[in-house]
Design a protein around this ligand. Structure first.
Ligand code: LUZ
Ligand code: MOS
Length: 761
């Protein structure tokens, strides 16, 4: 990869993350005391032993909060510090402050609480049975599935489980809050949503938003984990700063972060799929039981993305899908790259898998037959436009030499008893835009300094995805100057206000457009001046590579000179830009509309080799053809596809989140929670971007890149399943039961071994 300035800083270790910022004089460290069981009633807090530890110690509780003790935005069900009942293990009860992190941890441990343990629920279906929901259920329909099922030649039904996923961002959650004069606070927060954190702190402290400044410098990864859940750590730090008048830092260690913060939602789902004799899908029904955890958080938005992606890349004329947000006593599950789509896509893929077996169809033929095409509509009414499903699938079949590959695998399998190979193909179709309309807006502030260098601020948070790099390219191209002249600033609420989270893969779509608007404004002013200076028509002038050009000629007028002259002429060299994604609308009552600006298409093919005695496996090859529109930075986009695929493969086949029945996380370290590493990845990964595929709906004809490729990992699950099905059923131990296969993601080696041995899970 071609080094950019940012990646050079990252690789050399020069980048300063939150924990690298130098400690300031008198700074205090805040460590929360958290709840010891999944559900309980707090009867009293005794901090005397903690306070006796050191003169620097203080302990804050709910009664120290001057404003509202409430973080929930959609539903008011999340207190910052518990006052009364708590609803998950790891919920914050008090904040211990001390002069060093270890003193603060000791102090938190010395706080005594009196409480009653209450009965807890951790299972989504059990919560549903007892009527414990975050909000009422939500259903989308199209056509008439009930009558369509009666016309089907084949109907398959079953259950699908998918597990959660821990973000494991390299940098844990945290914030540093500085108390300013007059009760104001300035906070550096590891958040994807600086304006959201600003609002949360203002509410907590009873201040106006103008008294709270939030900066997100750059995050060491987030993946959705810092979209909603960064707010509580920032609010705690701000509370500490407000109460003590000192700078307060809250920074979780890995184990705290894994235990206390939310993860991807586990789902338990029922499906029913009906097809005609030729294998065309006629009807589909699904019921999703989302384990939402103890508080609302982003669960409704995540559920809506599940429902929007229920049919994935397939045409389904009659459909009914219902989602339920089941309230359980686990830490609130939250945004995670893909945001509900992977869970929904996995269910329809399982249904197709079951149908292919039942109908004796080739799995790839079956998918091709039902693939979305131009002229189709999604089940929520949006027309399928500029559809690239078939193009990406066809190219994947070519790139992987699918027909030969399949034949090679089949002959390998007939020649080997104890080692089996498998393969799977998976098309994707991912809708881009926040499903909540209001969030599809962003702003930018651009300054051209007197020496011709440029500063760009937007609402986009840099979290390693290189959105800053893309915005730099966009600004430089717009102004016609070398990229080195453009600096993209860290994200501050005082520079760009009322922004939404850098999320939904829209970071560069929205903020790039806002930056572009501001740059175009300044460019227009400068070209007007250049036209007067050169006695030319503004329409024939451009700026390219730092010089004004007229028609095809380069003039003598350089960027720096033009900027200098503009300043002398008292022309404003700053501009604000704004972008609101056009054309979006949605009627929640009718469940009809066009919620997405466009869709991202693509396809993956994954092969695996299974040890049929042990259940262990490895991935051999992956072929991915992905639709990025016109890439703004090839290396960045390639890195995003690779990383998302790895993360998807981890979710599908490895990452195993385990809780005990009392809600304690068992896999709370990186020795018990395994992550995909280089050796887990296929030995060969071939990624190709679809050519000649400009996207008129986004900045510089590009497409969003962050989340869609995560779905490719799901092919890994089915590649292992394919290999498992080739295992000789008379060997080595018991024959598998004839009961229908229960789809249960992740496909860990343990589950693969159970499959081989015929244990029904
Ligand atoms: N966050 C959000 C998201 O608030 N709304 C969304 O639609 C979304 N989609 C994907 C990822 N994060
Ligand atoms: Mo979201 S999963 O923070 O893009």
């Amino acid at each position: 990869m071609k080094p950019t300035k940012e990646s050079e800083l990252n690789l050399s270790g020069a980048t300063r993350y939150l924990d690298d910022l130098p400690a300031t004089e008198g700074m205090l460290y805040g460590v929360p005391l958290t709840s010891p069981c999944a559900r309980g009633l707090l009867r009293g807090i005794d901090a005397s032993a903690a306070l006796a530890l050191d003169a620097s110690v203080s302990v804050l509780t709910a009664s120290d909060i001057p404003g509202e003790n409430q973080l929930g935005e959609a539903v008011s069900d999340e207190s910052l510090l518990v006052d009364g009942e708590w609803s998950y293990l790891g919920q914050c009860l008090a904040l211990a402050l001390a002069a060093t992190p270890s003193l603060a941890r000791k102090a938190a441990a010395l706080v005594r609480i009196v409480y009653d343990e209450l009965e807890a629920v951790t299972d989504a279906r059990a919560a549903a049975e007892s009527g414990s929901f975050i909000l009422p259920s939500r259903t989308m329909r199209s056509g008439d599935p009930a009558s369509a099922f009666s016309r089907c030649a084949i109907v398959v039904e079953g259950r699908v489980e998918s597990g959660g996923q821990e973000h494991v961002y390299l940098e844990a959650q945290g914030a540093i809050a500085e108390s300013l004069e007059g009760g104001r606070v300035r906070v550096v927060s590891g958040t994807q949503a600086p304006s959201g954190v600003q609002r949360a702190i203002a509410r907590t402290l009873g201040l106006g938003m103008h008294d709270v400044e939030v900066e997100a410098r750059r995050l060491g990864g987030a993946f959705g984990g810092k979209e909603d859940q960064a707010a509580q750590w920032a609010a705690l730090a701000a509370l500490g700063a407000a109460r003590t008048g000192k700078t307060v830092k809250v920074y979780l260690n890995r184990r705290e972060d894994m235990n206390w913060t939310g993860k991807r939602h586990p789902y338990s789902s029922d499906y029913k799929l009906g097809l005609d004799a030729e294998g065309r899908i006629l009807a589909y029904e699904a019921d999703y039981y989302q384990n939402s955890g103890a508080c609302c958080d982003l669960s409704p938005a995540i559920l809506s993305r599940t429902l929007f992606h229920a049919a994935s890349a397939y045409r389904i004329p009659n459909l009914r899908v219902t989602g339920r947000m089941c309230r359980t006593n686990l830490p609130p599950f939250t945004a995670f790259r893909g945001f509900g789509a992977p869970q929904g896509v996995f269910v329809i893929e399982c249904a197709l898998d079951a149908a292919a077996r039942e109908g004796g169809w080739d799995p790839v033929e079956l998918r091709l037959k039902n693939l979305l095409a131009e002229g189709d509509s999604f089940h929520f009414g949006q027309p399928v436009a500029d559809c690239r499903a078939r193009r990406t699938v066809d190219r994947t079949l070519e790139l992987s030499r699918w027909t030969e590959l399949r034949a090679e695998i089949d002959s390998f399998n007939s020649a080997h008893r104890l080692v089996k190979r498998g393969a799977a193909i998976l098309p994707i179709c991912f809708g881009v835009s926040f499903t909540k309309l209001v969030m599809n807006q962003g702003g930018a502030l651009v300054h051209v300094y007197g020496d011709g260098s440029v500063s760009v601020s937007t609402g986009a948070v840099e979290m390693g995805q290189q959105v800053a790099r893309k915005i730099q390219v966009i600004a430089a191209r717009s102004l016609g100057i070398p990229e080195g002249l453009v600096r993209v600033e860290s994200t501050r609420t005082a520079s760009v206000a009322n922004t939404y989270s850098t999320a939904a893969s829209t970071g560069s779509d929205i903020n790039g457009m806002a930056a572009l608007a501001a740059c175009e404004e300044i460019r227009g002013r400068l070209l007007g001046l250049a036209a007067r200076m050169l006695g030319a028509d503004k329409g024939e002038l451009r700026i390219e590579s730092g010089f004004v050009t007229k028609g095809c000629e380069i003039t003598e007028l350089a960027w720096k000179e033009l900027v200098d002259k503009a300043h002398l002429d008292r022309i404003d060299l700053s501009a604000h830009g704004f972008y609101a994604t056009p054309g979006l609308f949605y009627d929640m009552k009718a469940e009809r509309g066009s919620p997405f600006a466009y869709h991202v298409y693509g396809c993956s093919a994954v092969t695996a080799t299974l040890d049929a005695l042990r259940g262990t496996y490895r991935f051999d090859e992956a072929f991915i053809v992905h639709d990025v529109g016109e890439s703004i930075d090839y290396d960045v986009d390639l890195g995003q596809v690779e990383g998302a695929f790895a993360q998807g493969l981890g979710w599908a086949a490895l990452e195993d989140l385990r809780y005990d029945e009392r809600g304690r996380l068992l896999s709370d370290t990186l020795s018990t929670y395994k992550l995909p590493d280089l050796r887990f990845m296929p030995s060969a990964v071939k990624i190709e971007f679809l050519e000649g595929a400009p996207n008129p709906k986004a900045v510089m004809r590009s497409k969003a890149i962050g989340e869609p490729p995560l779905l490719y990992g799901i092919a890994g699950y089915f590649a292992i399943l394919d290999a498992l099905r080739a295992v000789d059923r008379t060997h080595p131990t018991k024959a598998p039961s004839s009961a229908p296969y229960a789809y249960d993601l992740p496909m860990t080696p343990e589950k693969a071994l159970d499959f081989i041995q015929g244990v029904r899970r």
